[in-house]
Design a protein around this ligand. Structure first.
Ligand SMILES: [Zn+2]
Length: 472
């Protein structure tokens, strides 16, 4: 299951133009990783993206016996519905019941019982779908017990639910989510006293309602966690950093209520449409060509859907700011060379070059070698030894060289790429300014370090990475 944001699918996610239905996903500048589709609705159109199918527990939260459209919701019923709706690779969520109202204990029992049946049914009837069960609990320790139980049943995809009603309690929610994630993923993170202490943040600490829960090991480094219903930029930033997926429908709710999002740095501000500035985002430009104005209220649903698409577009663009940029590393081809033709990554065999090579290979990102003779070299390319140093270039030759290098780099890099230079000043100074002028981010992590310090920096970074791998 992909990490990132899954917007909630609506009943009729399209705008109508000249008799045609244009799905809102066709209007977006960037696509979300997938969508969340609830059994509580029947959508007129569904995208061809990965979909999280859930049972829409929010819709029956006030019923002690959960029903949707008059049908009792349980593992059997939901498996039938998912069989009709889902495709290979989709995520199917075990029916769950929010822990609200009088009968909390019965609701939790229902959740655990459905989880047990659902994974068996999923294995038998929908083996190409991914079953996910939701962790509910009234306290952190109860949630951890439930997580342990679900892992023991064989779930490797877990949802964290029931936090929407306390969405404003950002630090409490984040603490709960972080702790569950750590405990589930890391073998070292047992339930330590600090975790028990953390229960104080929740007023109602309840005991696990079901006796005889199977005790299974509580760590599964590859477990995937999904947070249901929390999606403000503040939450999104934390979830993206923690490697979680999450969903939300705020863009729909605000759009229906006449609110237009305006983005301000890492925030999204809701402005009533009548005072919202004219927007020039990708969606609004396309809508404009179809004579659809997202700022119109009470003029039909197409304008409202246009506003919803605009909101979603800004949500996704804002979240993109939190996603680490893909990097391309650049290393200077300098120092001692072999005396015979070889792959460029082997030709330069100085300690400094080979240390840089080891470092960039560990990053698992693309990298290139900069050379005064060849400009930009693919590390795998076979080249002959040569004798040309950047010091031998005149000022004008160097400017020309930098332009050629920058042009070659731009050809192989999408605009979101960040270039990381592990080179001396001569190999980068004019190049970075041309790249920046073309909108690329550049970084020089060893900028003020002498050669010996650079080697020490690389060694330290490599050791830290090794440590991280061991920790996982
Ligand atoms: Zn817009």
């Amino acid at each position: 299951m992909k990490l990132g944001f899954y917007p909630v699918l609506g009943k009729s996610d399209f705008v109508r133009s000249k008799g045609k239905k244009i799905p809102i996903w066709q209007l977006l500048e960037y696509q979300p990783v997938g969508w969340l589709y609830s059994l509580a609705i029947k959508a007129e159109i569904v995208p061809d993206s990965p979909i999280v199918h859930d049972c829409g527990s929010f819709n029956y939260r006030d019923q002690d016996i959960p029903t949707l459209n008059g049908k009792y919701v349980d593992a059997y019923w939901s498996i039938h519905r998912y069989r009709e709706r889902s495709k290979v690779g989709d995520i199917i969520v075990c029916p769950d019941h929010l822990l609200v109202g009088e009968n909390i204990r019965e609701r939790q029992e229902y959740n655990l019982k459905q989880a047990e049946t659902f994974i068996q049914l999923a294995k038998s009837y929908l083996p190409n779908r991914i079953p996910l069960a939701v962790i509910h609990g009234q306290s952190l320790s109860e949630r951890l017990e439930v997580a342990k139980y679900l892992l023991g049943l064989g779930y490797r995809h877990l949802g964290i639910g029931g936090l929407v009603s306390q969405a404003r309690e950002y630090s409490i929610n984040l603490h709960i989510i972080k702790t569950i994630t750590q405990v589930v993923r890391s073998p070292k993170a047992g339930v330590s006293p600090s975790l028990i202490d953390s229960e104080r943040v929740l007023p109602k600490a309840g005991a696990m309602p079901t006796a005889g829960v199977a005790i299974a090991p509580l760590h599964e480094p590859n477990a995937h966690l999904h947070v249901f219903g929390l999606c403000s930029p503040q939450y999104a930033k934390a979830f993206i950093q923690m490697g979680l997926s999450f969903d939300g429908s705020t863009f729909i709710r605000e759009g229906l209520g006449g609110g237009m999002f305006v983005s301000h740095e890492e925030k999204l501000i809701r402005i009533p449409t009548h005072c919202a500035p004219k927007c020039n985002c990708h969606v609004c430009r396309v809508l404009n060509r179809h004579r659809i104005d997202p700022r119109l209220t009470n003029k039909g649903r197409t304008h409202t859907m246009g506003r919803i698409a605009h909101n979603l577009n800004l949500v996704i663009s804002t979240y993109r700011k939190f996603t680490p940029k893909e990097k391309i590393y650049l290393v200077a081809g300098c120092g001692k060379q072999l005396t015979y033709p070889a792959a460029a990554k082997d030709l330069y065999y100085s300690q400094h070059f080979q240390a840089c090579r080891r470092y960039v290979e560990e990053q698992e990102s693309r990298w290139y070698i900069l050379s005064p003779l060849h400009q930009v070299i693919n590390p795998e390319a076979i080249i002959k030894p040569y004798d040309k140093s950047p010091y031998s270039l005149s000022h004008q030759e160097r400017i020309l060289w930098a332009q050629q290098v920058a042009e070659s780099l731009i050809q192989v890099a999408s605009p979101e790429i960040e270039f990381v230079f592990l080179t001396g000043k001569l190999y980068r100074q004019e190049v970075t300014s041309i790249l920046q002028a073309n909108g690329y981010a550049t970084k020089v992590p060893m900028q003020h370090l002498a050669i010996g310090q650079q080697l020490a920096w690389i060694k330290k970074e490599l050791e830290q990475e090794k440590q991280l791998v061991l920790d996982i």
